[in-house]
Design a protein around this ligand. Structure first.
Ligand SMILES: [Zn+2]
Length: 484
């Protein structure tokens, strides 16, 4: 049994002004052939689950590519052609392919088709015919009817912060192997409640999401039900099939699958008011953080959630911290030109900087400061712990500067706060800070919740603002809550 494996993972923000070309993948993580297995074996990734699955369920795994980009704007046609071309070539070079195990995000928007993941799967079908295709999807997938039509098996994450990539990779591998051996006949049924949910209400350890996953686990225990996926959707993709979905895979029982999918989707809808967030305004949040005795206080900059496709250079909370004279506070800002100036000045020197607010009009004005450069680093670190364990990250050249009691970590490339090693790698002990600003809605919790004294979600402006009314959606289907 021979199985092609790979991944093209991108969450696209329709209102980001940063286009996603092939370089956007190559500058983050782009592996081909054997490299895929060598780099990702044993990490927290779906590929590690595929590799484990190949051994456990007895098939030969043929790696193709692993293209992983940070969320930015829609993906170009040329980038998709190049990446799909790698898979096509591998398919032609290898005889007797029985199946495909592939990782997609599920909220890719692309030039050739708004439903980028549906487009990839359609192209796979064109050259693979009826080979079994199993895909894993992120919890923020906007699952479409085209994806369900073109894939045989869809397995979505059960966690946000996302920490179950290995398990889901393994689950997809098991279902695929059983389907190839004719032990099961997977049939997918989907239901989509007419609503959109912002990321910071999709935390899976708490209600309302936890409630839906409890129902999913219950349904998965029923005879004939093979897998249940609950996806929260991605609120910033301007596509018709935006929003949550429930996908139930049964062993050739579409009626049972549809009943269970409808029931969970109905519950989603009943809970719609609980999915509306209530973050604190910036002055209130910063004042509370300064006065708090439960430290470190984590201020979640929900509007500049890098994982959702924002630039990571928002200055609203930084300005407020400086205005209020906060001490022992840390903010990370992606700002290559300020890095350049700090590096040119050197450690121990003082330098005039205009920090952040440079990418677009959503994330505040640059903040003018006189800062002392305290550290310069290459910005490379390896993650430790449950979130992305073992994966090496690269923030580009990085400089730490101090302005009064506020430490500002300036990075060339944006990097979500997924792991404590990010701060430790630049000499900052997260546990000893009073205030840490994280540009994230929920993903930061895997790393920061264990050390946090208090977590405050901040209603900051930005491309991942909870106020969806500010975006000019043109393609979403009508009648979606909370829009109407
Ligand atoms: Zn996600």
């Amino acid at each position: 049994m021979r199985v092609l494996a790979g991944g093209i993972y991108h969450e696209s923000h329709s209102f980001s002004n940063i286009p996603t070309d092939i370089e956007a993948f190559k500058s983050v993580l782009y592996l081909q052939g054997r490299e895929v297995v060598e780099e990702l074996g044993g990490t927290v990734s779906e590929m590690a689950g595929f590799i484990e699955g190949a051994e456990k369920y007895g098939f030969e795994l043929i790696p193709t590519l692993w293209a992983w980009g940070l969320a930015t704007g829609p993906v170009t046609a040329a980038a998709l052609d190049e990446m799909i071309g790698v898979v096509h070539q591998a398919y032609q070079d290898n005889d007797g392919i029985d199946g495909v195990l592939f990782t997609l995000h599920g909220a890719m928007v692309s030039e050739p088709l708004p439903d980028g993941d549906g487009y990839i799967l359609s192209r796979f079908r064109e050259f693979m015919g009826d080979v079994h295709i199993a895909v894993t999807l992120d919890l923020h997938a906007n699952i479409s009817s085209l994806m369900v039509e073109k894939a045989d098996i869809i397995v979505g994450y059960d966690t946000y912060p996302h920490i179950d990539q290995v398990e889901r990779g393994l689950e997809a591998a098991e279902l695929l192997a059983r389907a190839i051996r004719d032990e099961i006949k997977p049939v997918m049924s989907m239901a989509k409640p007419p609503m959109v949910v912002v990321p910071n209400r999709q935390f899976t350890a708490e209600a309302p999401m936890k409630h839906l996953f409890d129902l999913a686990i219950e349904a998965e225990a029923e005879p004939g039900v093979l897998s249940v996926t609950v996806a929260g959707g991605f609120a910033y993709s301007d596509v018709p099939e935006i929003g949550p979905a429930v996908v139930v895979i049964t062993d050739n029982n579409a009626q049972l699958g549809q009943q269970r999918a409808d029931a969970i989707a109905d519950r989603f809808w009943e809970l719609r008011d609980d999915f509306v967030p209530k973050p604190a305004d910036i002055p209130t949040a910063v004042q509370r953080a300064i006065e708090s005795s439960s430290t470190p206080v984590i201020l979640a900059d929900v509007g500049d959630n890098i994982g959702a496709g924002t630039p990571g250079d928002s200055t609203f909370i930084l300005s407020e911290l400086l205005d209020k004279g906060a001490t022992d506070a840390v903010v990370i800002i992606a700002d290559p030109s300020s890095v350049e100036k700090a590096v040119a000045a050197g450690v121990g020197e003082r330098v005039s900087l205009q920090i952040g607010g440079k990418t677009d009009r959503f994330h505040g004005e640059p903040v003018e400061v006189r800062a002392e450069v305290t550290l310069i680093s290459n910005g490379v670190f390896r993650n430790r712990g449950q979130m992305r364990d073992g994966i090496v990250e690269d923030m580009g050249r990085t400089a730490v500067v101090a302005v009064g009691g506020v430490k500002i970590v300036l990075t060339e490339k944006k990097m979500p706060p997924w792991n404590l090693e990010q701060l430790r790698s630049v000499g900052i002990s997260p546990e000893s800070q009073k205030i840490i600003v994280v540009k994230s809605a929920v993903a930061f919790r895997a790393a920061y919740e264990p050390i946090a004294g208090e977590i405050i979600e901040v209603d900051s402006p930005g491309l991942s603002s909870v106020n969806l009314g500010q975006f000019n959606f043109k393609n979403i289907r009508p009648g979606l809550f909370p829009f109407s």
